[in-house]
Structures are given as structure tokens and as C-alpha cells.
Design a protein around this ligand. Sequence first.
Ligand code: SF4
Length: 334
Amino acid sequence: MKKIGFTTTIPVEFVLAGGNIPVDLNNVFVCNSNPNQLIDEAQNDGLPRNCCSWIKGLYSVAVKEKAVDEIISVTNGDCSNTHALTELYSANNIIVHPFAYPYEEKDPYSALKQQMINLGKALNVTLDMVYDYSKITDKVRDKLKIVDKMTVDGYVTGFENHLYLVSSTDFNSDLDKFSKDVDYLIETASKRNIDNKYVRVGCIGVPTINPAMYDFIESKNCKIVFNEVQRQFSIPSRNPDYIMRYIEYTYPYGVMDRINDIKEQIKIRKIDGIIHYVQSFCYRQIQDILIKKHLGVPVLTIEGDSPGDIDGRTKIRIDSFIEMLEIKKKKGIL
Ligand code: SF4
């Protein structure tokens, strides 16, 4: 049984069906007792200061902490830095299996299917085994849909929603325990009073490196009812065709697919405004231009760099944004 790490969401059933342990390197990094030290270690090895902290964390957990035996490196559809990161992994004698989501392919379905077949060969797993295993993971994914619905209804906090959906990329490396943890959350949260805040906000963009922002936002008259990328990471599609689920998964493809998904959720979840989290030195910051242009609701863009609390200036900006939404909502102009 090997620990198979990955640099972003992959079809995790390939790891599980082969009897191996899935490890999302991002989760290992951000859950480390001292993630800033991991960043320092990466910089000491020469990673540039103006490189995203997630990349430095992904480097250190694999190369310095040796958290995994092999790595599935997503070379297309995630991060512009992953090619260089993959080269560093290989140079440090880590076995790397590349996986590329199709981008501008004429036939994305066939291209993705071929990627999955290649991944299966590398991990000694067939597509049939993966389809069978997905019947097991679907039961857990269905529970996550309940958690997400309970967030919209006010029983589950924005932070809990973030934590459980983002953890579904590797099911915290223990599917059975994760499933029980989700059961426990559903049971306890269903006994709470509904958090009936006036303003309803959605959080979009890469998962924050500063989860403390959730409690700060929800300490105001404001409820977070949507975590865009985290929801996508939980693979919400129930398409009977497993490959299609990863075509419908919006994160690795063009920003317009993401925007259409966000617009749909704004309507369903009755969202008043959007907080767009961007990561320092991330190429995805550029997409903020199109997001602001197309969403049709007020958007506040906030930027995070390294683990820890959000800074005072960001708190003031969030405060003002929520106040503005509150006033506009009272006046009926949202
Ligand atoms: S935040 Fe951006 S730059 Fe950093 S790892 Fe994610 S996609 Fe790459």
C-alpha cells in the first residue's frame, strides 16, 4: 500500500481502487503545524520569493518531509508552475505520474479518457475497477451534497463547508473515517438553530491559504453560502459516465465554464455578493477581470500570501463590502 500524493484534484478513485492511500499535498501542507517553516525551507532550497506559497508548500511536503511515495502531478488544467515543480520532484528521485486535463483539445472526452487509461496503467488499475470504486465514494460524495445544502440553509458554517469539501480531494487519506466524520457533522449541525444572517455571500477562487477569513466574515451580519472551487473539488456531477464527471468539473478548464457555474449558483443560493479570493503570484488573478465583468453581482477581490490570519487592511475591506451589501439590500437595489 503506497501513499500516492497529488498536486491538485485528480480522479481519486484511481488511487483507491489500486489499494493505495490518496494524499492531497495541499492539505498536508496547510494542515502542517508550521506551514510557514515549509515555505522557508523551499525558499532556502532556491524557490523564488515571488512564487506562490502553495507551490513552495507542495515542494517541501514532498521533497523535505517525504510525505508520499509517488506523486500524480497535474501538468495541465491546474497551475502554470506545476511543470517546473514536476521537474524538481523528478530531480529529487520522486516517481512522478503526469496527468493532464484537456485544454483546447478537439475531442476533450477522448483526450481525458486516454489520460485516465495512462494513469490506470501507471497505478495498475483498470477503468472498470475505477467505475466500481466510484459506487463506494459516491455514497460519501452524496453526503457532502447534504453538507452543502445545509450550508445554504444556514445549519453548516462557511468554514465547515470549506473544510469538508476541500478535504474530499483525498478524503483525508481515510475514506471510512472521513465518511463517519461527515455523518457526525450532519447529525450535530441538524440540531443547531438556523444562522439567519441578512447578507448572503459566496466565496470563489482557489481555496484560501487563510481559512481564518471564514470566521471573520461570518462574525458580521453575513452568511457564506457557497464555496465555488471547494464544491467543484467534491465532484458534484452524478453523470453515470465517470469520465464525463471530470469534463463537467469546471476548475481545470476555461474561466467561462467557472463563471457559468458561479452564475447558476448565485441564482440558486440567492447570493448578494461574491468574495473572490486570489493567491499572491497566481496567474489566476488575471481571471478576476472576466469574473468581475460577467457575474452581475458586486465582487470584492481579496489577496492572501502565506498561512495565518488575514491582514487588517483586508478585514477593513471585507467590513466595508458587507456593509455596502447590507445597505443596497435594504434599499432593494441588489
Ligand atoms: S494558487 Fe495559483 S499559482 Fe498557486 S498553486 Fe494554485 S494555481 Fe498555482
